[in-house]
Write a protein that binds this ligand. Structure first.
Ligand code: XIL
Length: 411
């Protein structure tokens, strides 16, 4: 009897062990050689978002997640990229103190350590740095938007003083060492027409409090670009290029009779007409397999390039969960489906990159950044559904090259 129980127990443990194996280990062959340095195969810089001390998407040991840590298995993957972006460490909430700085010298109160770690690493490794991001409704401390205005919100003059101080502080610190900056990120509402009006439309609320209507609600964006240019130039940053960035604008994504792309285009065109010192557009590029046809993205690049702006793909990743297949709420796929998805993912990456190369030679696009290094640490494991197991990047959960990597170096 005792013997039978132990046999059952052993079988049970074996079963559990099998079912808990990372799905990557089955169809995603972990022995693809990654000796070819990815960025050398493409004419434009190929960069990556680097998870640093503030980034831990999977809840795992942060020493592993932090790719700047030379002991992290992600560190070695950085060799494939010649531009780096901090995944979180340069966002307003990472740099700013917990409460409004009391002195005139904001920089003395800022938390530079983790941003410095990335810039110093990039300089020692000969890589460029993309700054993400100066002005954003998200990942910004609430004190920034609070004050003596309506409903406890900041007045427009308080907001503008803070924006200018922040931008000035960052350029005084880094000058021309960070060559490309996302000046304003995600200003367009994803759900309703026009500027952000959802619960996080903090800039829009303050603009509307001040009686601004229509395009004037974007005045803060125009000012952000003017301050960015001014303080870059005053701090040896004449080389710095400035971007307006958003997601869901790469193709006509319809909502409420209009598209987010059309509203983003109106904003970009208005900025150009106002003489804003904007150099380019950042398409975030958070795509899903089967949902974002390459021809549509190609047309989107042409559309914005026609304004005289250069496009950068600034946060590329490709979720294997597809809305076209009704998977918006799924958290996993079976191993047999996964095998096919990973091959399709690889081909899709290649199709995008081949198109990006054409756009590069047409002088419409000049950089592609991938949002993360390896699948296990991607933000998409928790977005838009938490606890999801996604496979959006070029390296798998064991930090081995995937077919997607191979497709990008195979020619
Ligand atoms: C994400 C990071 O990847 C996560 O680690 C963090 O928890 C939330 O932000 N658009 C952006 C990026 O502009 O800053 C976001 O990055 C992804 C969506």
């Amino acid at each position: 009897m005792k013997y039978k129980i132990s046999i059952c127990l052993i079988m049970f443990l074996v079963l559990i062990n099998f079912s808990c194996k990372p799905e990557d280990s089955a169809p995603d062959t972990p022995d693809i050689n990654d000796n070819v340095i990815l960025h050398t195969k493409w004419p434009f810089p190929v960069g990556a978002a680097v998870p640093g001390a503030n980034t831990n998407n999977s809840g795992s040991n942060s020493a592993v997640a932090n790719a700047l840590n030379t002991g992290s298995p992600q560190h070695n993957l950085l060799r494939h990229f010649n531009v780096v972006v901090a995944e979180n460490e340069m966002k307003p909430d990472a740099l700013m103190p917990a409460s409004v700085p009391s002195t005139g010298n904001w920089g003395a109160n800022y938390r530079w350590t983790n941003a410095d770690a990335l810039v110093n690493y990039a300089e020692s490794a000969g890589k460029g740095v993309r700054g993400h991001c100066l002005i954003w409704h998200d990942q910004t401390p609430s004190w920034f938007f609070s004050g003596s205005g309506q409903g406890g919100r900041a007045s427009i003059s308080e907001l503008y003083a803070r924006m200018e101080n922040h931008i000035k502080t960052v350029f005084e610190k880094y000058g021309g060492r960070i060559e490309w900056w996302d000046v304003v990120n995600e200003a367009i509402d994803h759900d309703v027409s026009g500027p952000r009006k959802d619960t996080r439309g903090r800039y829009t609320e303050i603009m509307e409090d001040a009686g601004k209507t229509d395009m004037d609600r974007y005045e803060y964006i125009l000012k952000a670009f003017q301050w960015a240019r001014q303080y870059a130039d005053e701090n040896d940053g004449g080389n710095v290029k400035l971007y307006l960035t958003d997601f869901g604008v790469e193709r006509p994504f319809s909502r409420g009779g209009t598209t987010k792309q059309a509203d983003f285009f109106d904003l970009a065109q208005w900025l150009v007409q106002q003489g804003a010192p904007v150099d380019g557009i950042g398409f975030q590029g958070h795509f899903r397999l089967y949902d974002h046809p390459v021809e549509q993205i190609s047309a989107g690049i042409d559309m914005f390039a026609a304004l005289g702006l250069t496009i950068q793909i600034c946060e590329l990743d490709i979720s294997i969960f597809s809305n076209a297949k009704n998977e918006s709420q799924r958290t996993s796929v079976s191993n047999s489906v996964l095998g096919e998805r990973l091959s399709d993912l690889a081909q899709t990456y290649r199709d995008y990159f081949d198109m990006f190369k054409e756009k590069y030679y047409e002088e419409k696009l000049d950089m592609v950044i991938i949002w993360g290094l390896s699948d296990g640490h991607s933000w998409l494991n928790n977005h838009p559904v938490s606890g999801r197991t996604d496979y959006p990047l070029l390296f798998n959960r064991s930090y081995q090259a995937k077919e997607a990597y191979q497709k990008l170096v195979d020619f």
